[in-house]
Design a protein around this ligand. Structure first.
Ligand code: F3S
Length: 298
Protein backbone atom coordinates (compact mmCIF):
# COMPACT_ATOMS: atom_id res chain seq x y z
CA UNK A 1 0.00 0.00 0.00
CA UNK A 2 1.96 3.10 -1.16
CA UNK A 3 -0.37 5.62 0.58
CA UNK A 4 -1.22 5.67 4.28
CA UNK A 5 -4.40 7.65 4.87
CA UNK A 6 -5.14 9.03 8.34
CA UNK A 7 -8.38 7.59 9.74
CA UNK A 8 -9.13 11.00 11.28
CA UNK A 9 -8.85 12.85 7.92
CA UNK A 10 -11.86 14.96 6.95
CA UNK A 11 -15.04 16.22 8.59
CA UNK A 12 -15.06 16.41 12.38
CA UNK A 13 -18.41 15.96 14.10
CA UNK A 14 -18.76 19.73 14.70
CA UNK A 15 -18.46 20.54 10.99
CA UNK A 16 -20.67 17.60 9.98
CA UNK A 17 -23.32 18.75 12.45
CA UNK A 18 -23.19 22.35 11.13
CA UNK A 19 -23.52 21.23 7.50
CA UNK A 20 -26.41 18.88 8.34
CA UNK A 21 -28.20 21.62 10.29
CA UNK A 22 -27.76 24.03 7.37
CA UNK A 23 -29.10 21.42 4.91
CA UNK A 24 -32.08 20.62 7.11
CA UNK A 25 -32.88 24.29 7.75
CA UNK A 26 -32.61 25.20 4.05
CA UNK A 27 -34.86 22.28 3.06
CA UNK A 28 -37.45 23.01 5.74
CA UNK A 29 -37.60 26.78 5.45
CA UNK A 30 -36.92 27.06 1.70
CA UNK A 31 -34.41 29.83 2.37
CA UNK A 32 -31.97 30.78 5.11
CA UNK A 33 -28.78 32.72 5.66
CA UNK A 34 -25.34 31.31 6.50
CA UNK A 35 -23.42 33.97 8.40
CA UNK A 36 -19.72 33.65 7.43
CA UNK A 37 -18.20 30.47 5.97
CA UNK A 38 -20.09 27.58 7.51
CA UNK A 39 -17.33 25.38 6.14
CA UNK A 40 -14.11 26.16 4.26
CA UNK A 41 -15.13 24.34 1.11
CA UNK A 42 -16.54 26.00 -1.99
CA UNK A 43 -18.30 22.84 -3.28
CA UNK A 44 -20.21 22.28 -0.05
CA UNK A 45 -21.16 25.97 0.16
CA UNK A 46 -22.37 25.88 -3.47
CA UNK A 47 -24.50 22.80 -2.71
CA UNK A 48 -26.03 24.52 0.33
CA UNK A 49 -26.71 27.62 -1.77
CA UNK A 50 -28.57 25.47 -4.31
CA UNK A 51 -30.75 24.24 -1.44
CA UNK A 52 -31.60 27.84 -0.57
CA UNK A 53 -28.97 28.76 2.05
CA UNK A 54 -27.52 32.18 1.14
CA UNK A 55 -24.03 32.97 2.46
CA UNK A 56 -23.40 36.49 3.75
CA UNK A 57 -20.24 37.88 5.31
CA UNK A 58 -21.71 40.42 7.68
CA UNK A 59 -24.77 40.73 9.93
CA UNK A 60 -25.52 43.95 7.98
CA UNK A 61 -26.81 41.70 5.18
CA UNK A 62 -29.30 39.92 7.47
CA UNK A 63 -32.92 41.10 7.26
CA UNK A 64 -35.49 40.98 10.05
CA UNK A 65 -37.26 37.62 10.02
CA UNK A 66 -34.36 35.80 8.30
CA UNK A 67 -33.38 32.39 9.59
CA UNK A 68 -29.63 32.54 10.30
CA UNK A 69 -27.30 29.57 10.70
CA UNK A 70 -24.52 30.25 13.20
CA UNK A 71 -21.41 28.38 12.00
CA UNK A 72 -19.46 25.80 14.02
CA UNK A 73 -16.80 28.39 15.01
CA UNK A 74 -19.51 30.37 16.81
CA UNK A 75 -20.14 34.12 16.75
CA UNK A 76 -19.37 37.06 18.99
CA UNK A 77 -21.86 37.84 21.73
CA UNK A 78 -22.44 41.27 20.13
CA UNK A 79 -23.44 39.73 16.79
CA UNK A 80 -25.81 37.24 18.46
CA UNK A 81 -27.42 40.07 20.45
CA UNK A 82 -27.79 42.16 17.32
CA UNK A 83 -29.42 39.33 15.39
CA UNK A 84 -31.82 38.74 18.23
CA UNK A 85 -32.66 42.44 18.48
CA UNK A 86 -33.48 42.66 14.74
CA UNK A 87 -35.83 39.69 14.98
CA UNK A 88 -33.76 37.10 13.12
CA UNK A 89 -34.27 33.44 14.03
CA UNK A 90 -30.91 31.86 14.88
CA UNK A 91 -30.18 28.18 14.31
CA UNK A 92 -27.11 27.69 16.44
CA UNK A 93 -24.64 25.27 14.84
CA UNK A 94 -21.81 26.36 17.15
CA UNK A 95 -19.78 23.26 18.00
CA UNK A 96 -20.38 22.16 21.62
CA UNK A 97 -16.59 22.33 22.20
CA UNK A 98 -16.59 25.98 21.18
CA UNK A 99 -19.63 26.70 23.39
CA UNK A 100 -17.67 25.14 26.26
CA UNK A 101 -14.82 27.65 25.78
CA UNK A 102 -17.28 30.57 25.60
CA UNK A 103 -18.81 29.34 28.83
CA UNK A 104 -15.42 29.08 30.63
CA UNK A 105 -14.50 32.62 29.52
CA UNK A 106 -17.82 34.05 30.64
CA UNK A 107 -17.82 32.21 33.99
CA UNK A 108 -14.19 33.19 34.71
CA UNK A 109 -14.94 36.85 34.01
CA UNK A 110 -18.00 36.82 36.24
CA UNK A 111 -15.91 35.25 39.02
CA UNK A 112 -13.46 38.16 38.86
CA UNK A 113 -10.76 36.28 36.97
CA UNK A 114 -9.01 37.41 33.78
CA UNK A 115 -9.63 35.04 30.85
CA UNK A 116 -6.74 34.32 28.46
CA UNK A 117 -7.19 32.55 25.14
CA UNK A 118 -4.20 30.88 23.48
CA UNK A 119 -5.06 30.98 19.78
CA UNK A 120 -5.08 33.01 16.59
CA UNK A 121 -6.33 36.52 17.42
CA UNK A 122 -8.23 36.98 14.14
CA UNK A 123 -9.79 33.54 13.99
CA UNK A 124 -13.61 33.72 14.33
CA UNK A 125 -13.67 31.10 17.08
CA UNK A 126 -11.13 33.05 19.15
CA UNK A 127 -12.83 36.40 18.53
CA UNK A 128 -16.14 34.79 19.47
CA UNK A 129 -14.76 33.25 22.68
CA UNK A 130 -13.04 36.50 23.73
CA UNK A 131 -16.27 38.44 23.25
CA UNK A 132 -17.92 36.60 26.16
CA UNK A 133 -15.95 38.75 28.61
CA UNK A 134 -14.64 42.28 28.02
CA UNK A 135 -10.95 42.37 28.86
CA UNK A 136 -10.21 38.82 27.72
CA UNK A 137 -6.66 38.68 26.36
CA UNK A 138 -5.60 36.60 23.36
CA UNK A 139 -2.05 35.31 22.85
CA UNK A 140 -0.98 33.55 19.64
CA UNK A 141 1.69 31.57 21.48
CA UNK A 142 4.02 31.18 24.48
CA UNK A 143 6.46 33.95 23.47
CA UNK A 144 3.76 36.64 23.49
CA UNK A 145 2.33 35.30 26.74
CA UNK A 146 5.71 35.25 28.48
CA UNK A 147 6.53 38.77 27.28
CA UNK A 148 3.24 40.07 28.69
CA UNK A 149 3.80 38.38 32.06
CA UNK A 150 7.37 39.67 32.35
CA UNK A 151 6.46 43.24 31.38
CA UNK A 152 4.82 43.83 34.75
CA UNK A 153 5.58 41.55 37.75
CA UNK A 154 2.13 42.32 39.25
CA UNK A 155 0.51 40.38 36.38
CA UNK A 156 1.96 37.13 37.71
CA UNK A 157 -0.32 37.29 40.76
CA UNK A 158 -3.51 38.04 38.83
CA UNK A 159 -6.26 35.40 38.93
CA UNK A 160 -5.91 34.08 35.37
CA UNK A 161 -8.02 31.50 33.53
CA UNK A 162 -6.44 30.13 30.36
CA UNK A 163 -8.12 28.18 27.55
CA UNK A 164 -6.85 27.00 24.16
CA UNK A 165 -8.46 27.49 20.76
CA UNK A 166 -10.05 24.11 19.92
CA UNK A 167 -7.64 23.62 17.00
CA UNK A 168 -4.50 24.96 18.73
CA UNK A 169 -1.28 23.08 17.97
CA UNK A 170 -0.66 20.95 21.07
CA UNK A 171 2.98 22.02 21.47
CA UNK A 172 1.91 25.71 21.56
CA UNK A 173 -0.61 25.02 24.31
CA UNK A 174 1.84 22.83 26.30
CA UNK A 175 4.55 25.53 26.19
CA UNK A 176 2.02 28.21 27.21
CA UNK A 177 0.91 26.02 30.12
CA UNK A 178 4.51 25.59 31.28
CA UNK A 179 5.02 29.37 31.34
CA UNK A 180 1.82 29.97 33.30
CA UNK A 181 2.75 27.26 35.81
CA UNK A 182 6.28 28.60 36.19
CA UNK A 183 5.56 32.32 36.42
CA UNK A 184 2.03 32.67 37.87
CA UNK A 185 0.70 32.19 41.36
CA UNK A 186 -3.01 31.99 40.56
CA UNK A 187 -3.61 30.56 37.09
CA UNK A 188 -6.20 27.92 36.26
CA UNK A 189 -5.77 26.04 33.01
CA UNK A 190 -8.38 24.37 30.83
CA UNK A 191 -7.14 22.12 28.06
CA UNK A 192 -9.85 22.89 25.50
CA UNK A 193 -8.16 21.48 22.39
CA UNK A 194 -10.94 19.28 21.07
CA UNK A 195 -10.62 15.50 20.82
CA UNK A 196 -11.08 15.55 17.04
CA UNK A 197 -8.16 17.99 16.68
CA UNK A 198 -6.03 16.03 19.12
CA UNK A 199 -6.59 12.77 17.23
CA UNK A 200 -6.02 14.39 13.84
CA UNK A 201 -2.76 16.08 14.93
CA UNK A 202 -1.30 12.98 16.63
CA UNK A 203 -2.18 10.74 13.71
CA UNK A 204 -0.71 13.24 11.20
CA UNK A 205 2.53 13.38 13.22
CA UNK A 206 2.73 9.60 13.47
CA UNK A 207 2.24 9.12 9.72
CA UNK A 208 4.50 12.05 8.70
CA UNK A 209 7.38 10.58 10.70
CA UNK A 210 7.50 7.40 8.59
CA UNK A 211 6.73 8.44 4.99
CA UNK A 212 8.75 10.05 2.16
CA UNK A 213 6.01 12.52 1.19
CA UNK A 214 3.06 13.82 3.17
CA UNK A 215 -0.01 15.43 1.57
CA UNK A 216 -2.40 17.58 3.60
CA UNK A 217 -5.73 18.41 1.95
CA UNK A 218 -7.83 21.39 2.93
CA UNK A 219 -8.85 24.92 2.10
CA UNK A 220 -6.01 27.46 2.25
CA UNK A 221 -8.11 29.58 4.64
CA UNK A 222 -8.60 26.69 7.06
CA UNK A 223 -6.62 27.18 10.29
CA UNK A 224 -6.72 23.53 11.33
CA UNK A 225 -5.38 22.45 7.91
CA UNK A 226 -2.53 24.95 8.24
CA UNK A 227 -1.71 23.57 11.69
CA UNK A 228 -1.60 20.02 10.33
CA UNK A 229 0.86 21.13 7.64
CA UNK A 230 3.09 22.81 10.23
CA UNK A 231 3.12 19.65 12.38
CA UNK A 232 3.95 17.44 9.39
CA UNK A 233 6.74 19.78 8.22
CA UNK A 234 8.59 19.21 11.49
CA UNK A 235 8.68 15.46 10.84
CA UNK A 236 8.72 14.93 7.09
CA UNK A 237 11.05 16.62 4.54
CA UNK A 238 8.39 16.82 1.77
CA UNK A 239 4.96 18.10 2.74
CA UNK A 240 2.43 19.46 0.24
CA UNK A 241 -0.73 21.30 1.27
CA UNK A 242 -3.30 21.15 -1.51
CA UNK A 243 -7.00 21.88 -1.98
CA UNK A 244 -7.73 19.01 -4.38
CA UNK A 245 -6.38 16.21 -6.59
CA UNK A 246 -5.94 18.56 -9.59
CA UNK A 247 -2.91 20.12 -7.81
CA UNK A 248 -1.01 16.81 -7.74
CA UNK A 249 1.68 16.36 -10.39
CA UNK A 250 4.00 13.37 -11.00
CA UNK A 251 7.15 15.30 -10.02
CA UNK A 252 5.86 15.66 -6.44
CA UNK A 253 6.35 11.92 -5.93
CA UNK A 254 9.72 11.29 -7.61
CA UNK A 255 11.72 8.85 -5.49
CA UNK A 256 8.78 8.27 -3.17
CA UNK A 257 7.75 4.73 -2.23
CA UNK A 258 5.51 5.50 0.73
CA UNK A 259 3.30 8.59 1.12
CA UNK A 260 0.96 9.81 3.83
CA UNK A 261 -2.37 11.60 3.51
CA UNK A 262 -4.42 13.61 5.95
CA UNK A 263 -7.04 16.36 5.66
CA UNK A 264 -8.48 19.27 7.60
CA UNK A 265 -11.83 19.20 9.39
CA UNK A 266 -13.71 20.86 6.49
CA UNK A 267 -12.52 18.55 3.71
CA UNK A 268 -15.31 16.41 2.25
CA UNK A 269 -14.74 12.65 1.96
CA UNK A 270 -15.13 12.75 -1.86
CA UNK A 271 -12.13 15.09 -2.24
CA UNK A 272 -9.98 12.95 0.08
CA UNK A 273 -10.87 9.86 -1.95
CA UNK A 274 -9.90 11.56 -5.22
CA UNK A 275 -6.56 12.66 -3.75
CA UNK A 276 -5.90 9.16 -2.42
CA UNK A 277 -6.55 7.60 -5.84
CA UNK A 278 -4.41 10.15 -7.70
CA UNK A 279 -1.53 9.77 -5.22
CA UNK A 280 -1.60 5.97 -5.52
CA UNK A 281 -1.53 6.20 -9.32
CA UNK A 282 1.29 8.78 -9.38
CA UNK A 283 3.45 6.68 -7.07
CA UNK A 284 2.76 3.52 -9.05
CA UNK A 285 3.61 5.32 -12.35
CA UNK A 286 6.85 6.66 -10.88
CA UNK A 287 7.83 3.17 -9.73
CA UNK A 288 7.19 1.78 -13.23
CA UNK A 289 9.25 4.62 -14.77
CA UNK A 290 12.12 4.04 -12.33
CA UNK A 291 12.08 0.26 -13.00
CA UNK A 292 12.17 0.81 -16.78
CA UNK A 293 15.06 3.26 -16.40
CA UNK A 294 17.02 0.71 -14.34
CA UNK A 295 16.35 -1.97 -16.97
CA UNK A 296 17.70 0.35 -19.66
CA UNK A 297 20.89 0.83 -17.67
CA UNK A 298 21.40 -2.96 -17.22
FE1 F3S B 1 -15.75 21.20 16.95
FE2 F3S B 1 -13.30 20.36 17.10
FE3 F3S B 1 -14.57 20.28 14.84
S1 F3S B 1 -14.17 22.14 18.05
S2 F3S B 1 -15.93 22.01 14.91
S3 F3S B 1 -15.07 19.12 16.70
S4 F3S B 1 -12.43 20.77 15.09
Amino acid sequence: MPVIQARSAGFCYGVRRAVELAEKTAQESGSCVMLGSIIHNANVVARLERLGARQVDSPDAVRPGDTVIIRSHGETRQVLERLEAMGARCVNATCPNVLHIQHIVSRAGQAGRMPLVIGEPHHPEVMGAASWWDGTLVFPGPEELERWLLEDPARRDLPLTAVAQTTCVRSIWESSKKILKKLCTNAELFDTICDATHRRQSEAAEIASRVDVMVVVGDRKSANTKHLTEICRELCPRVYQIEGAEELTPDLFIGCSLAGLTAGASTPAGIIKEVYTTMSEEIKNNEIKEESFEELLD
